[in-house]
Structures are given as C-alpha cells and as structure tokens.
Design a protein around this ligand. Structure first.
Ligand SMILES: Nc1ncnc2c1ncn2[C@@H]1O[C@H](COP(=O)(O)OP(=O)(O)OP(=O)(O)O)[C@@H](O)[C@H]1O
Ligand SMILES: Nc1ncnc2c1ncn2[C@@H]1O[C@H](COP(=O)(O)OP(=O)(O)OP(=O)(O)O)[C@@H](O)[C@H]1O
Ligand SMILES: [Mg+2]
Ligand SMILES: [Mg+2]
Lengths: 253, 253
C-alpha cells in the first residue's frame, strides 16, 4: 500500500511546489511508483513538470466535480515512474461550486483506494490557503509534510497550520500524522535562517527533518525549462538536498 | 479625496505584505494620512506593524460580517499618520460565511466614502488567492499595485491576475485601473532577475514602475521587531527603494 503525503502551508512562497516537484522526482529516481496531484489553481507543479497547457483537461477539477474516470486524468511526465494529475484555473471556482455538497471535503478521499493501490507515493501540492482544496488534501492524506521558509512571517503561520491539521485529525481523518517540517531556502550567510532553525528545532525536535533545503538559484531556474532541478542540474546543492530528504523519508519508515 | 490601492497577487510570497507595510510607512513619512487594511487571515501586515495579538478584535472580520462602527476597527500604529485595520484568523471563514449574501463582493465597497474622505491613501494587503477577499479589495479600489517577484513561477500567474482585474473592471468596478507592477526581490547577481525584468518591461512598458525593490535581508528582519524596514534600518537598500517608489507614485499623479 502506498502513502499519500500532503505538502501544505498556507503561507505563500515557502517552497511547496518546488518541494512537490523535486521530492516526487527524487522518489521516482529510486524506483518508487509516484503520482503528483496538483491541487493549486496556479498550476505551478503542472508547469514545472513540463505538461503543455493544452494537455491539462480533464484534470483535478474534473476529478473533483464530475467524477471523471480516474485513468483519464493521469498524465505521464518525462520522468520514468512519475505521473501527474494536472490542475487548471477552473479549480479556483471550486470553493463556491461545492459549497452545497455535504461531502465537499471528501472529494479526494473517494479515490484513496485507487491511489494507494496504484502508487508507492502520492504527493499533493497544496495552494497557499487553508480552504477547501487543502482540507481535501488533509482529509485524504496519511501524513503532512510542511515546507517552512526560514523567515519570520513563515514562522508566524505555523501554529495556525498545525491547528488545522489537528482539526482535520479530530474530524474526517483520525489517522493523519505529521510527516515532518522541512526547512527551505536556508541561507548560511543570513543569521535569520539559523535563528528560525534553532527556534523550530527547539519546539518540534524530531518533528523537523535533519535535511535542510538551501537557498539555491538552480531550484528557481529549473521550472522555466519545464524540468525538475534534479534533471536540470543534478549536482546543484538544491537537488542534492532533495535526494537527501528522500533518503531520510525512506529511512524513517 | 483619497486613493484606495489594492496590493494583490495570488502568487504566494512575492512581497505583498512587505510592500504594503513599507509603502504605507513611506507615504505617512511624507505627511500623507494613510490607512492600511489587512485583508489576509495570516495577519502578517498587522504583526509587521507591531499590533499586539490581544488588540486585534474588532477588526476586518467584524467590519465585513457585523457592520461594526468604523472607528472601532481602526488602530493607531507607532508611525505618525499611519493607522491600520487589523486582521484575525476569523477572516479565513469568510468565503463560507458570506456565500449566501448577494452583496458579498461589496462588503468593503460600502465603506468607500468613509475611507476616501478620511485618508489620503488607503492600501489593502491581499491574501495569496483570487477569492472573495481579493475580489472585495478590487471592487472597492481605485487601482491595483502588483508586486512581482523576479522568478519564473511568479511570471506565470500574472496573466490570470490581470484577467481577474479585467473581470472586476467589467463588472462591479468600472473605474478600476492598474497603479502599476513593481519588481520585487530583484537580485543583480542572478540572471533570472534581469530576464524577468526584460520580459515584463517588454510586455507592459510604462505599466511597470522604474523603481525595483532589491532582495535585501533587512526587509525580512524588520517584521520580527514589529517595525517597518524604514524605521528598522532607513539606510538599507530595501527601505530606500520603497521611498523611491512613493516618489514615483506621487510624481505620476
Ligand atoms: N530552496 C530554494 N532556493 C531558491 N529558490 C527557491 C527555493 N525553493 C523555491 N524557490 C523559488 O522560490 C519561489 C517560491 O517557491 P514555490 O513556488 O515552490 O513556493 P510555494 O510555496 O509553492 O508558493 P505558493 O504559495 O505560491 O504555492 C519560486 O520562484 C521558486 O522557484
Ligand atoms: N525585497 C525583499 N528582500 C528580501 N526579503 C524579502 C523582500 N520582500 C519580502 N521579503 C521576505 O520574503 C518573504 C515573503 O514576503 P511577503 O510575506 O511580504 O510576501 P507576500 O506576497 O505578502 O506573501 P503571502 O503570499 O504569504 O501573503 C517574507 O519573509 C519577507 O520578509
Ligand atoms: Mg506552489
Ligand atoms: Mg502577505
């Protein structure tokens, strides 16, 4: 049985998509069968994996609203072993479209069996909010991986995120656990990074991955080529950090 | 009559809040009477201006949902001439709470007269989404200022944002105009920054401010002291850039 991991943080720009793309690629590179679900209407994960704009329907929106056949929404990527369910802008209207459905938080959950018997790892890239899309991800997930940028504002939002995880755990998804917090955009030259790191490790101890993702321009250049950084520049510090993170996740099991 | 400027971009972490805090402070420092409205449930602008967590109710939520007396929701800040309407986490439930109200997009608009006759400039910090809160800001605003991070994913979302601005202009707010696009986190050492700059200036010409906000660690350190960067470190390149931006906005009028 596979594991469903939601990559979530309502703070914007903390590295959710970059983590989703590179973690799923690194997992596929160690022969795991991986699926990435793009739950963000911005579709950055879909773009970052090179899926053409004309090849994105049907995607997540149809999966949530129209119960389209599962295999129709899955796309292969250029990475062997990695598939994606793409997102489109239609997804941004979902809060209003599903508002009167009683099971609006369980739209993704209804596919959980297909997901965990079809793949070893399923990663879900969440949008920067704690709305219906993120709640769907948390309701279906086995665990939550939280990218945390080493900045003051990012730290401020952590409590609220953890409260939401607890609320979902107390409601729709009793087995939800934390996969861990991963520090992102860590900059050795900047004392703010080490202050945030010390603070977070003091509060969460083992709940924080040893692996830190350094600030590395190759990570932000790769998406413009439609490639994960691991393919764009394998030796880059950012790529190597995601490979280390995979080892840590697999080692923890 | 004052001007109401929405600071919006659904892409996360592009510098909306940092721009809202420092632009409103710089405006107040040239003797304008300024109000900052924090429409983000994360409340980063409220924290960045040093408003104590216990002093945030009533705030924007009450203004939208309970028609609280306007003067009850306004707080002074330590900056002379700058006031703020704080936000709280309650705001994140607003999409669902207002869904059956016909005028749900006009909750802020109903206060427009009080705003433009009470202040010279009113800035609205928006959350990273194109949902009801941002639509409320666009419906009430005279203009939209778009912080654009010099990164590939940030560029991708721009078209969608401009479509939403056009939609609001075609519907609830016929007079809505672009105040301009401001490049943020510009890093001279990184060719991605100049590539994004060239691309944006080619497409939008005069619609892009001359002033660029450089990547500057002092901008991200200031909020942990509850101070705008302009007070925390006036000589820092980031602070100076926001002062230049104010001159450009005032000069344009
Ligand atoms: N470790 C890193 N070093 C340098 N740049 C990074 C790193 N991680 C991410 N970036 C860049 O920072 C920006 C924000 O990252 P990303 O888009 O992955 O964050 P996000 O949390 O998914 O944002 P959103 O909240 O909008 O969904 C992107 O332009 C990305 O390329
Ligand atoms: N020019 C800059 N140089 C360096 N750091 C910056 C700059 N502008 C903003 N930051 C930092 O980058 C992070 C993101 O900025 P900010 O929170 O203002 O963006 P935002 O668009 O408001 O994010 P959100 O989408 O979550 O509301 C913050 O930690 C902030 O301190
Ligand atoms: Mg993202
Ligand atoms: Mg913000």
């Amino acid at each position: 049985k596979g594991r469903l991991i939601a990559i979530a943080n309502q703070k914007g720009g903390v590295g959710k998509t970059t983590t989703a793309i590179n973690l799923s690629t690194a997992m596929a590179s160690v022969d795991k069968k991986v699926l990435l679900i793009d739950l963000d209407p911005q579709g950055n994960a879909t773009t970052g994996l090179g899926i053409d704009v004309k090849n994105r329907n049907p995607g997540v929106y149809e999966l949530f609203c129209e119960s389209t056949a599962f295999k129709k929404v899955v796309r292969d990527t250029i990475i062997p072993g990695l598939s994606i369910i793409p997102s489109t802008q239609d997804l941004s209207a979902i809060e209003l479209e599903l508002v009167n459905m009683t099971d609006r938080a369980k739209r993704l959950l209804q596919y959980k069996d297909k997901l965990i018997y079809g793949y070893d790892y399923i990663f879900i890239d969440c949008p920067p909010s704690l709305g219906l899309l993120t709640v769907n991800a948390l309701t279906a997930a086995n665990s939550v991986l939280v990218p945390l940028q080493c900045e003051f504002f990012a730290l401020e939002g952590l409590t609220q995120l953890l409260k939401t995880v607890d609320r979902v755990k107390g409601g729709f998804n009793k087995n939800l656990i934390m996969e861990g917090i991963v520090l992102t955009m860590y900059d050795r030259r900047n004392k703010l990074s080490s202050e945030v790191e010390n603070d977070v490790r003091k509060h969460f101890g083992k709940g924080v991955f040893e692996t830190k993702i350094p600030r590395n321009v190759r990570l932000s250049e790769a998406p413009s080529h439609g490639l994960p950084a691991i393919l764009y520049d394998l030796q880059a510090p950012g790529s190597q950090a995601y490979i280390e993170l995979v080892k840590e996740i697999l080692g923890k099991r």
